[in-house]
Design a protein. Structure first.
Length: 570
């Protein structure tokens, strides 16, 4: 028989009353609700639902009454090996969580310490003596899901110390047999190494992981704040097993090594969901893997956080409230275009608008917005998706990227028929989007009639606040700033510290160039005027070029002048 004495048994209502947690009137109301509506819910569940007490109060009252410990369980106090002692189905059905085993004593968390029959059954199945801890159903389920996730979700924790890499040398001779590779990919050293790489990449705010084989060397690099740096060099012989492990996680074909493959992985790191986009590319010395990390907690869903100058922010907010037209965000790959679009959609989102997106792939799920992912292999391309989307009665359409003339022309037609269209282009500056649309085959009069704004942007590294110091730049740089009509009296840079890995930089911020065509510029576009003339007119109309917006951030001591000149060289 279990440790709980049956003679102490007392009904829950009496327990809560005796400890002053609820009043007799509240008990009566809960019982009346239970009887009148034929509730199958227990009294404790109804009391919590009606707001008379909390789950924690009930669990604590039960623990005190039956002389068992009470704890708020979490993954940190749970041994994964102990969970394997009991069948998964049993754990989920009875809401039981094994915490740890010491000799022949198994400590388990339960929400009902009064259920002596359940505890006897645990002793029978486990063959251990059972020590009970009382916890809430919510805490037990949350912890259980960390260790027993859905089949397509991998749980990763800090299971390896930074210096604890010696175990990885256990695999020295990797055979090229596919069957053996699949087996080796599941062995502990490989699993630990992949987990280590993913965990630390998230912890260090990396955007990408590069796994690169050479003739005799395997290196892993992280991209942090736009720059790559080498993290570790695992044993070269582990490369096939590491790639196979990642392919298994991403549900790719481990037997296919001659063609590129793309896939996705959903992981939990310290209870946080992280999405990973995996790209595998065959190379001369083996397959190279790049993993893009999409951390929902790092996505900025408000425009104020994106580094806009006050004037640009006010004007951009004004144009995105337009009822129709095209707004483009331009810049090179990795300049934060999608982040800006997501922040814009978040600001426009509401119950009175139908917002639809077509993306490749969907990078971040947004509540209240209809998101569609293209599938080129199935024939579901941007142009195909857009044609169908226009029959979905959208108010606002976001296109992940305008890649071809067909997509560009459909987007223009949508903008001219009462829709607000947001999308991205790859151009060097904002006015250059006009030339790009013309090159894609959009008629000049359609461009002038539909284009309402273009936002060009770059991401620049911020000076590390921990090692920021005033400096004197070379005379040549000062002269360049003067030629740009930038008046900077004090220059700053980061001298390098442990916090920023001695780079002098920590984090990134965007610089912007907002191009809003006026009537004169629309006429110039219609007449296919020279791009330089369009740029000159835009600047006279108040457009702040990228470099000058960057210099304003130099004045504020946020960015170094070297970083602005490196990023924007026109």
């Amino acid at each position: 028989m279990s440790q709980i004495a049956v003679k102490n048994k007392m009904q829950l209502g009496q327990l809560l009353l005796a400890q002053g947690i609820v009043t007799p009137e509240q008990i009566e109301k809960a019982l009346a609700e239970q009887n009148e509506k034929g509730h199958r819910k227990l009294l404790g569940e109804l009391l919590v639902e009606m707001g008379y007490c909390t789950e924690n109060q009930i669990a604590l009252a039960l623990a005190q009454s039956y002389s068992v410990p009470y704890a708020q369980v979490n993954p940190k106090i749970c041994d994964a090996k102990a969970i394997d002692i009991l069948p998964r189905e049993f754990l989920e059905e009875h809401i039981v969580l094994p915490l740890f085993k010491v000799y022949d004593v198994l400590t388990v968390a339960v929400s009902e310490p009064t259920n002596v029959f359940l505890i006897d059954e645990i002793e029978r199945i486990s063959g251990c003596k059972v020590q009970v801890i009382c916890a809430t159903t919510k805490d037990i389920n949350a912890t259980m899901q960390t260790y027993l996730p859905a089949a397509n979700v991998f749980v990763i924790d800090d299971i390896i110390d930074d210096e604890g890499l010696e175990d990885f040398t256990l695999i020295e001779n990797i055979t090229q047999d596919i069957g053996n590779l699949e087996e080796i990919a599941g062995q502990s050293p490989v699993v630990k190494l992949v987990n280590y790489l993913l965990y630390n990449a998230v912890r260090e705010n990396a955007s990408d992981i590069h796994i690169e084989p050479d003739d005799k060397k395997l290196r892993v690099r992280y991209r942090v704040d736009g720059s790559l740096y080498e993290k570790i060099c695992p044993p070269h012989q582990m490369h096939p097993a590491i790639v196979s492990r990642i392919k298994i996680m991403a549900e790719l074909d481990i037997a296919q090594r001659r063609l590129p493959q793309d896939g996705g992985i959903h992981v939990l790191i310290e209870g946080r969901p992280i999405d990973l986009r995996v790209s595998v590319m065959p190379g001369h010395f083996g397959e190279k893997v790049v993993i893009r990390i999409i951390n929902p907690q790092k996505v900025l869903f408000n425009l104020e956080s994106l580094g806009f100058a006050y004037g640009n922010l006010q004007l951009f907010r004004q144009v995105v409230r337009s009822s129709n037209g095209i707004i483009l965000v331009t810049g090179p790959t990795g300049s934060g275009k999608n982040t800006t679009l997501y922040a814009t959609l978040a600001e426009l989102n509401g119950e009175d608008v139908n917002i639809c997106t077509v993306e490749d792939p969907v990078e971040c799920n947004m509540a209240g917005i209809n998101q569609f992912q293209i599938n080129e292999s199935a024939g579901f391309e941007f142009s195909t998706a857009l044609r169908s989307l226009l029959r979905q009665d959208p108010d606002i359409i976001m296109i992940g990227e305008i890649r071809d003339g067909i997509t560009a022309n459909i987007a223009v037609q949508a903008a001219l028929t009462g829709h607000l269209v947001l999308s991205t282009l790859h151009t060097n500056d904002a006015p250059g989007a006009v030339t790009r649309l013309l090159d894609l085959g959009v008629a000049p009069y359609l461009v002038s009639a539909s284009l309402i704004a273009v936002l060009a942007q770059r991401l620049v590294r911020k000076i590390c606040s921990n090692c920021k110091a005033e400096c004197e730049p070379p005379a040549g740089i000062k002269k360049t700033v003067e030629n740009l009509n930038g008046e900077v009296t004090k220059f700053y840079r980061g001298v390098g510290c442990k916090k920023c890995r001695n780079t002098g930089y920590a984090g990134r911020i965007a610089i912007h160039e907002l191009f809003v065509p006026n009537e004169k510029i629309m006429e110039m576009i219609n007449d296919q005027a020279n791009l330089k003339k369009i740029k000159d007119e835009a600047r006279q109309n108040g457009m702040v070029p990228l470099q000058l917006d960057g210099i304003e951030k130099v004045k504020a001591g946020i960015v170094s002048i070297e970083e602005i000149l490196r990023t924007v060289n026109n």
